[in-house]
Write a protein that binds this ligand. Sequence first.
Ligand code: BG6
Length: 484
Amino acid sequence: MSDFKKTVFPAGFLWGGATAANQCEGAFDADGKGISVADTMPRGKDRFSIIASPDFDWEIDQNKYNYPNHLGIDHYHRFKEDIALFAEMGFKAYRFSIAWSRIFPKGDEVEPNETGLSFYEQLIDECLKYGIEPVLTISHYEMPVHLAKVYSGWKNRKLIGFFKNFSRVVLNRFANKVRYWMTFNEINSAMEFPALSQGLVVSSGAQDYTNRFQAWHNQFVASALVVKIAHELRGDIQVGCMQIYAPLYAFDSNPVNQFASQLKQRAFNYFTSDVQVRGYYPSYFNQLLKEYNAKVPEIKDGDLEILKNNTVDYIGFSYYMSMAINVTNSEKSDPASGNLMQGVKNPFLESSEWGWQVDPLGLRISMNDLWDRYQVPLFIVENGLGAKDEIDDNGEINDYYRIDYLKKHIISMHDAMEDGVDLMGYTPWGCIDLVAASTGEMSKRYGFIYVDLDDYGKGSLDRIKKKSFYWYKDVIATNGAKLE
Ligand code: BG6
């Protein structure tokens, strides 16, 4: 890692933060909003196994479980206070998502819910008031549950039309105010867990990878159609794809592990971006289908043309960790927890309290790999450390561990830029504490701003500035020159 004396990022670099509607807004059934898939996911470390069980049917069971995201951090009612705090930190950009079911409660209606649109209009205007660029994710793990239940999610081609209608409505309304967009959050996550991004569970065929590939194909076409609509609306609009990127290292120099990591790397990290950035299915596609025992998805006339003509403008990605792959002597290595993915523990890395392996240099490796492969601008739209924060006797939150994590990643991203990578911006995840996606907990915190709320929904909801708040403010004010 470089000797980091003075780092200056390019003028116009988009420093900011990121959230998602289903994890912070709360007001889950207010003002005409419909229930989303995220609203049916209970709190707890076993939430993913509950969702992955054969009986899961998208029902909310208040007697059995609790659902912290129903309240979120009440950003729906407190967004003005929150955005004022982002402005105080000097944010240049704020990434957030539009809850699909706030605009189309069931997803298959023709006419939108005006109250939902007007909420996002106010949110966008509030950002613009402070000179903060809104960066919008159209779909972040929150499709209307009706689409998952009745249509079996994205494996059904009808969703292309519903998503196109939803996107057209929000683009028509906001394109004049919003330049940066992303279609699907972490579209590749379905390789491991298709419930969130594809609305597929066991009862609708999640176990069969043919359905996942079909769902991806439908999402690719839908995303490309949205790129087309956006480009027709505004010449300088930027629409990105969005994926998890987590480098998958071979555990050792055994070629068998090297090859296994190459296969996994391309299945997890490259397949979706190969299609969305290059505009065509990669030459390894048939091999990939074989590996996952899947049939070729149904591709209609004209689909490939749509993909080819409407590629994305940039690659948005989340970066939290790396993984190691060991297929030769896996009994000698422990499994590692990860952001919707699997691998083994890397003995050279430390892990977060939730077992995510911290690897700042991996970010430089990832950025170089992505840039070398695609040569389109990158945007780090998520990064951060989920940790338990304590308020000390002076009422302060000294989250030096978070500062340390972010500092190392900023150094690494700067190094990658010096290597020649084009990076548009950096929006760390959960810039204000919010409900975790993998566990539904409040106690897994990422923010610069603490929210007084526990896992059981108790607390004043007051916002408190952490030590990292002041640190990040300096980072932005000096355009990255001051990291200490
Ligand atoms: C990403 C998601 O996978 O990771 C976010 O896009 C999520 O929605 C973030 O919150 C961190 O994961 P978690 O489980 O710690 O909230």
